[in-house]
Write a protein that binds this ligand. Structure first.
Ligand SMILES: [Zn+2]
Ligand SMILES: [Zn+2]
Length: 249
C-alpha cells in the first residue's frame, strides 16, 4: 500500500493501539468485537440502497439503480457519486463530535470498516484516496486531521479484506486559507466560506486519475464540491466522495 504525506508514523501508531472491547459511542462493554453495543447500533441510521445514484440520498422505495433524487436531476456537481455511512442526527452526533473534537480515537478502526463497506461501489484498483485538507493552523491546534485519519482507517480496512492496491495521498489538495468552521454557518454562507479555499499541490499528478474524497460529516456538500471542482479543473477523470455521516434533507 502506497502512502504519501505528513505524520505517517504517528498515524500508524494511533491505529495500532490495543483497543479495549467497549462501545465506541457509550463506553459500555461489548464482548470481543470492536464497534457499537446493540442499543447504540440500533440507534444509528446506516445508509444503503435504495438511494439516489449520484448523491446517495435514501429513497423510500426502489426506483432503479440509475434513479436520481430531485436535487440531482435539477443541478450539476463536480462530485460524480457521493456515499455516506450513516445519517447525521441526534443519535449519531455524539459519535462524530467525540471523534472530531474530543480526541477520542478508539472508534477509528470501526469507522474504517464501515467506510470500506459503504464505499465499495466507489473504489477500484485505480482509486486515489484523498482527505479534505485542514489548514495548517487548525492542524496545529487540533493535532490531527480527522479526514486524513479516516483515509488511513479506510485503507487499513481495505488491506484487511485483500485490497492492497488503493493509494492514500494526503498531499494532493491544499487548503489555501483558513475558513470559519462550517457548523456555525447557513447554506449560502457555507458555499461562500469555502469558495476557492482549496488548490492542487503543484507537485501532485491529477490528470486522468480517479479520486475518492474523504470527510467526516457532509451537511450542505459545499466543502466536497469545492475540493472536487479543484480536482476536475486539474484534469481529474472522476471524483467521488465518501463521508462517515451526512445530514439528510
Ligand atoms: Zn453503546
Ligand atoms: Zn441525489
Amino acid at each position: 500500500m502506497a502512502c504519501v504525506g505528513y505524520g505517517r508514523a504517528a498515524m500508524a501508531r494511533l491505529l495500532d493501539v490495543i483497543l479495549p472491547p467497549t462501545c465506541i459511542a457509550c463506553g459500555g462493554e461489548i464482548g470481543s468485537a470492536r464497534g457499537l453495543c446493540v442499543p447504540c447500533w440500533s440507534g444509528i441510521r446506516f445508509l444503503g440502497s435504495p438511494a439516489c445514484a449520484r448523491c446517495g440520498l435514501p429513497f423510500p422505495y426502489d426506483a432503479g439503480a440509475d434513479a436520481l433524487c430531485p436535487v440531482c436531476i435539477a443541478s450539476t456537481s463536480a462530485v460524480d457519486r457521493l456515499r455516506a455511512v450513516f445519517a447525521y442526527d441526534d443519535k449519531s452526533r455524539g459519535l462524530i463530535i467525540s471523534f472530531k473534537h474530543g480526541d477520542r480515537l478508539q472508534g477509528v478502526p470501526a469507522f474504517g470498516d464501515w467506510l470500506a463497506r459503504a464505499g465499495t461501489p466507489l473504489i477500484s484498483a485505480e482509486t486515489v484516496i484523498v482527505p479534505v485538507p485542514l489548514h495548517w493552523t487548525r492542524l496545529f491546534s487540533r493535532r490531527y486531521n480527522q479526514s486524513a485519519l479516516l483515509c488511513h482507517a479506510l485503507s487499513a480496512a481495505l488491506a484487511r479484506s485483500g485490497n492492497t492496491k488503493v493509494v492514500v495521498d494526503l498531499e494532493v489538495l491544499i487548503r489555501r486559507r483558513r475558513t470559519r468552521p462550517q457548523g456555525q454557518l447557513g447554506r449560502l454562507s457555507r458555499q461562500e466560506n469555502v469558495r476557492a479555499a482549496f488548490a492542487i499541490n503543484p507537485k501532485a499528478t491529477v490528470k486522468d486519475k480517479s479520486f475518492l474524497l474523504i470527510d467526516d460529516v457532509l451537511t450542505t456538500g459545499a466543502t466536497v464540491e469545492e475540493c472536487a471542482q479543484a480536482l476536475k479543473r486539474a484534469g481529474a477523470a472522476k471524483v467521488d466522495a465518501l463521508t462517515l455521516a451526512r445530514a439528510l434533507r
